[in-house]
Structures are given as structure tokens and as C-alpha cells.
Design a protein around this ligand. Structure first.
Ligand SMILES: Nc1ncnc2c1ncn2[C@@H]1O[C@H](COP(=O)(O)OP(=O)(O)OP(=O)(O)O)[C@@H](O)[C@H]1O
Length: 343
């Protein structure tokens, strides 16, 4: 995070995090104004947009043939620029949209996944440009999330952050305002939910959508010692509604398989860090962010595997866009690494 990029960020009016699962928008001096699912419902006959965000999410799996529910962002990358623009335009409320029209948000800051390729970067820029933005500042999600979690990223001390999103998990060690080592794996909360759905189908012959996992998440979160939880779904053979008792130990075990990729990524990042920074991390521990950070037991599984203390950020799901907002509003001091004057 050089003072140059912070300078540019301070000129931005709006910060956007276009995630695979959710879209968040932070407006200067107003705060978080949008936190909605990155979903749009379209009438395929007329091409018109029917719903966006939470309303469109509720339609998924319940639409007639001529209505299609689409996700314009996949794996943290905008895959349908036009649809993403239409979705974003509609998510931003009428009042803000009018303000946007009167005085276009000429500069926007956008989170971009670590290691995003030039096409992904271009797609993010084009999406915002289509809404009247003239200049787009791209900021690595890992830096934005670390700032949003209140980590002192500008100090010469190691900070480890794990951003566990829907489609991917990103891991980084930061020091002096920059990324020292980082990894991104295409395993996130969705893969862990999918593993549990598959377990329920094969072990209990029960079908249920990933949203149906919510009661199981609640049971796992409520009491780590709880041995079983009640889940309602549809019988694979008869198609009738059925309730089963699911062993929470089994659920944790099936979640562990996709989690292995995340643990491997943490190991690789630690191995590529200088020893002094790793020593800092033993004291400071790991900060867990992203919507899946609250997945029951995830923090404990990472702590057990790494031997480090793991803390969950205060607002893990929105900390990347809050970090962008903090940088935009000048709440992060620029780092001056000017050469020392010769004496
Ligand atoms: N209370 C909860 N319990 C369990 N999982 C949750 C909870 N809340 C959100 N999640 C999971 O968090 C994920 C969404 O995380 P987040 O909002 O960070 O995604 P995103 O930023 O859109 O994704 P990405 O970073 O992959 O682009 C989903 O997989 C969702 O199932």
C-alpha cells in the first residue's frame, strides 16, 4: 500500500466489492449502502430484468421456464459485464441512483481477488465504467480485508489474513503495507456446503438445497459438543419431506476434506515467508475474514492444524468493502518509505 495508491483512493466516492455470493457498496460519508446477493432474475422472452439481490435469490429454483436466475459474478470475477452493470444499477437504491446520475461517481474503488488475471481486472473496470465512472482503482481484496479487520498492515510486523469467501479462499501475510506472500485456492464456503449436501444425500438419502443447511449451521454453532442436529429435506427415493438426525462429528469430518486445500495454502504461505515474520505470527495469530469465516468450527479446525491462534474479524463478511471505505475516507495513514537523507 504505497502513499501513491492511497492518494488515488482518497479521490474515490464509492467502493464496490463484487463477490461470487454477495455485492457490497460503500458510499463515502454514508457507509455501507448495499449488501445483497449477486443474483439477477431475467425474463428470457423479453430480456427484461425482473428482480435483483435478495428478491432474485428467493426465486432461485422456483421459476417458470421463461424466467432465469443468473449470477453475473463467478469465483470473484465478473463473467457477464452487462448483467453485472444492470444488477449493480438496480441494487443501488433510487435515492443514491439519482445522486449518482446528477453527479456521477467519477472515481470508484473496487476489490479484486488476489492474482486476478488481466481479463478479470478489465471486466471489473468495464462494469464500473458502464455506470458512469471515469476512473477505477483496483485494490487487492487481501489488503482491503486486512485494513477492514483493523490490522496494522502499515507496520513492519507480520499480519496473516485468511479471506474465506463463497467460491475461493485467499491467504496472505502482509507487512509494511504490502503482501509478502499470498495464495488463492478455489475452495470456499460453497464447496464446504456442497460436501455436506453430498454427505446427506449419500448417507441419509436426503436431498436439500444449500440454503437448507442453515439449521445445521445454527446447531453446529450453538454448541460445539452437540452430537446431532435435525435436518429437514426431501427423500431421494420417494420425493416426500423427511426429517433426519445428522451426526455433527460426521459433518465436521466431511467439511475437513475441502478444508485441506485451505490448510495446504496456509502452509505454503508460511513456508515462503522470512522466519522473522513467521515468529511475529506465532504471537499475533491468524485473522479470519469473509462470509464463510463464521462457518461453525472453521476457526478451530484451522487453529488445530496450524497451532496458531485464530480470531474471527468483527464483521468478517463485509470487512473488505469496509477496508476500502476506510482507505477512501483517509482513515489509513500513508506509509512514507522515502530514502533517508545522507548525514
Ligand atoms: N452464518 C453463516 N454460516 C455459514 N456460512 C455462511 C454464513 N454466512 C455466510 N456464509 C457463507 O459465506 C459465503 C459468502 O461469503 P462472502 O460474502 O465473503 O462471499 P463473496 O465475497 O461474495 O465470495 P468470493 O470472495 O468467493 O467472491 C457463502 O458460501 C455462505 O454460505
Amino acid at each position: 500500500m504505497t502513499s501513491f495508491s492511497l492518494e488515488q483512493l482518497r479521490r474515490c466516492t464509492v467502493a464496490v466489492d463484487l463477490g461470487a455470493a454477495r455485492t457490497r457498496v460503500y458510499l463515502r460519508d454514508s457507509g455501507l449502502i448495499v449488501d445483497e446477493p449477486s443474483i439477477a432474475a431475467v425474463n428470457t422472452r423479453t430480456g427484461s430484468l425482473i428482480a435483483v439481490g435478495t428478491l432474485a435469490e428467493g426465486m432461485a429454483g422456483r421459476t417458470p421456464a421463461h424466467i432465469s436466475v443468473v449470477r453475473p459474478v463467478s469465483g470473484g470475477t465478473v463473467v457477464d459485464v452487462e448483467m453485472a452493470q444492470r444488477m449493480l444499477r438496480n441494487l443501488v437504491s433510487d435515492k443514491v441512483r439519482r445522486a449518482w446520475r446528477r453527479k456521477p461517481m467519477l472515481r470508484a474503488a473496487v476489490c479484486i481477488p488476489h492474482d486476478a488475471d488481466p481479463l478479470a481486472r478489465r471486466a471489473a473496470v468495464e462494469t464500473l465504467m458502464g455506470l458512469g465512472t471515469r476512473r477505477v482503482e483496483l485494490v487487492d481484496t487481501l489488503i482491503a480485508a486486512a485494513v477492514g479487520c483493523g490490522q496494522p498492515v502499515e507496520l513492519p510486523e507480520a499480519t496473516m489474513i485468511v479471506v474465506c469467501g463463497a467460491a475461493s479462499t485467499q491467504v496472505a501475510v502482509l507487512s509494511l503495507g504490502a503482501i509478502v506472500a499470498a495464495e488463492k485456492v478455489l475452495v470456499g464456503g460453497d464447496a464446504m456446503d456442497y460436501a455436506v449436501v453430498e454427505h446427506l444425500r449419500s448417507r441419509h438419502e436426503l436431498m436439500l438445497p444449500t440454503q437448507g443447511l442453515h439449521p445445521l449451521h445454527l446447531a453446529l454453532a450453538a454448541d460445539p459438543m452437540e452430537e446431532s442436529a435435525e435436518v429437514r429435506g426431501r427423500d431421494v427415493a420417494t420425493g416426500l419431506s423427511r426429517t433426519v438426525m445428522v451426526s455433527t462429528a460426521d459433518v465436521r469430518e466431511v467439511m475437513h476434506t475441502p478444508l485441506t486445500a485451505v490448510l495446504d495454502a496456509i502452509g505454503r504461505v508460511l513456508r515462503s515467508c522470512p522466519p522473522d515474520l513467521v515468529a511475529d505470527l506465532v504471537d499475533r495469530g491468524v485473522m479470519l475474514a469473509g462470509g464463510s469465516a463464521v462457518l461453525p468450527g472453521l476457526d478451530r479446525m484451522i487453529a488445530d492444524a496450524t497451532g496458531m491462534t485464530v480470531r474471527i474479524a468483527d464483521q468478517p463478511d463485509v470487512c473488505a468493502v469496509l477496508g476500502l471505505g476506510a482507505m477512501m475516507e483517509g482513515k489509513v495513514q500513508p506509509l512514507h518509505l522515502d530514502p533517508l537523507a545522507s548525514s
